[in-house]
Design a protein around this ligand. Structure first.
Ligand code: HEM
Length: 493
């Protein structure tokens, strides 16, 4: 077969190979090897690709084998450059020492602030949260239980008489979580608007596509990916389309609320949602900054829906994989919530008393962490000295070996490879409690401010599922995450 050397495909291949070679020279080839005693580099067969595919094929085996062969600190050539991996001893350093920066590490691959549009606003997540989410946490609980109930009514059925096979449990959970979350944040009308629900679900997925480097070329060549994303988000930003859609439905509601605020003054009984809390910060004689408002809404959507969906789905599969824990979870539920608890009646104190469910959730978070994760770049010191005489120079991206964190008997107790749903019962380690032994929500300055909300939402969603249905894998189906699940009404289970 003749190959046209001037075809766009051939030119693109030459260009990508040239860029890759330069990147490779600048990373593996030029990693300052003469000056520093660098930690060992995991052996790999393929230039450019490095260990990327070995890692993707089996992240756990790759990480555990590398630790065994090279020790607690090693370097890996993957996703286009050489990065360091450190274990549990260094978690505090990485998260709490400002010499390490998460933003700078991910900036090499993508600029989340540009993607979300926050680079053009003064929005700062932690300050924003203190005003628009934290004061409402307890009041969101009845709202969550009400909307989650309606979500399961729609997605599975309020009163199913026979077992129902749910083909995509993660889609079911996504739909339920998207509605419940956005009703809390933006009010009933915007949270149940059928035009906006797909926007909430798609927005995080479309940005996540870039962030998770779903395309192999983007995954392997961060510099090409970064250029591509700059062009994509600056010339035809997908965020702009979502922003316009959100504003189309939100602005009439904003105008109406502000009209009532002006007209009724102290007599106005405002809705208890984050949108209202945001509007309260804008003086009534000034216009609402539409760009900032939509960015705030999309930022909340981006951070909250996929993350909570993913972890709730993992817990749902764990209910099916480990049915031995269900009777005690149900017993706890009856003792704390009673037999006839209904939507809208659950309180914060009751949720706190569901300690077995809380432990089940924390154990699910612990056993589902990605093995090499949470990259931080060394920015605030010229050299980072590690045990063994190793040195990592400024600019190195350092990841956490979460296998070492989550499967260490020292941090997690006996038999850490075993799923033990009651591992944390009777301890002070709640599901939302972060520390060097639990980094699913990060740690330090940028620790997830939404974790309490997320855990409340997960507890209510799982309690509803437990109360109504028995969940198992269909006969003959592989018991893996992603399989369909059979929901059997509990009264006939
Ligand atoms: C189970 C669900 C969730 C998980 C596993 C999760 C996890 C995380 C992680 C790992 C980080 C980065 C922390 C770091 O850099 O150290 C983060 C940041 C963040 N999360 Fe969550 N999150 C969840 C739910 C939520 C929810 C429901 C919200 C909103 C209500 C939220 C809002 C945020 C925000 C705004 C940040 C950025 C904080 C900053 O940069 O200062 N998250 N989350």
């Amino acid at each position: 077969m003749a190959v046209d050397l001037l075809s766009p495909q051939a030119l693109a291949t030459v260009l990508i190979s040239a860029v890759s070679l330069i990147v490779w020279r600048l990373t593996v080839g030029g990693f300052g090897s003469r000056k520093y005693k660098l930690p060992p580099l995991v052996e790999y067969k393929w230039p450019i690709l490095g260990s990327t595919f070995d890692f993707i094929k089996d992240p756990t085996a790759f990480t555990v084998n590398s630790y065994e062969k090279y020790g607690p600190v090693f370097r890996v050539y993957f996703r286009g450059y050489v990065q360091a991996v450190v274990g549990k001893e260094h978690v505090r350093d990485i998260f709490l020492n400002p010499a390490f920066s998460y933003e700078e590490a991910v900036k090499d691959e993508f600029r989340l602030a540009d993607m979300l549009g926050t680079s053009q606003t003064d929005l700062e997540p932690h300050r924003l949260f203190a005003v628009i989410i934290t004061p409402f946490l307890a009041r969101f609980i009845p709202v969550l239980s009400n909307v989650l109930t309606r979500g399961f009514d729609r997605g599975v059925g309020a009163d199913i008489q026979a077992p129902l096979q749910v083909e995509s449990p993660s889609n079911l959970i996504m739909d339920v979580i998207a509605r419940a979350t956005t009703v809390c944040f933006f009010g009933e009308e915007l949270g149940t608007n059928s035009e906006l629900i797909p926007v909430y679900k798609d927005f995080a997925a479309s940005i996540g596509h870039f962030v998770n480097r779903k395309s192999p070329v983007l995954a392997l060549l961060p510099s090409v990916a970064k250029l591509y994303m700059w062009v994509k988000f600056n010339l035809s930003s997908p965020t702009a389309v979502y922003r316009a859609k959100v504003l189309q439905y939100t602005m009439p509601i904003v105008h109406e609320r502000r009209r009532l605020m002006k007209e009724l003054g102290d007599e106005y009984d405002p809705p208890l949602d984050s949108l209202q809390a945001y509007l309260n910060t804008v003086p009534l004689d000034q216009p609402v900054n539409e760009h900032e408002l939509a960015t705030m809404m999309l930022t909340l959507v981006f951070f909250s829906i996929h993350t909570t969906t993913k972890r709730t789905t993992i817990c749902l599969y764990n209910l099916a994989k480990y049915p031995q824990y269900v009777p005690e979870l149900l017993e706890e539920q009856r003792a704390v919530l009673g037999d006839d608890w209904a939507d809208g009646t659950v309180t914060l104190d009751q949720l706190k008393n569901l300690s077995k469910l809380d432990s089940f959730i924390r154990e699910s978070l612990r056993t589902s962490g990605r093995s090499i994760a949470l990259p931080h770049k060394i920015v605030g010191m010229d050299e980072w000295h590690l045990p063994g005489g190793y040195v990592l120079p400024k600019g190195t991206v350092v990841n956490i070996n979460t296998e070492d964190v989550y499967y260490s008997p020292e941090l997690q107790g006996p038999n850490p490879r075993e799923f033990n749903a009651w591992r944390f019962v009777g301890t002070d380690k709640g599901a939302a409690r972060i520390g060097p032994d639990m980094i699913a929500f990060g740690l330090g300055r940028h620790a997830c401010p939404g974790r309490f909300f997320a855990v409340h939402e997960m507890k209510i969603a799982l309690s509803l599922i437990l109360k109504r249905y028995s969940v198992r894998f269909p006969d003959g189906a592989k018991p893996t995450d992603g399989s369909p699940l059979l929901f059997t009404p509990r009264k006939t289970a």
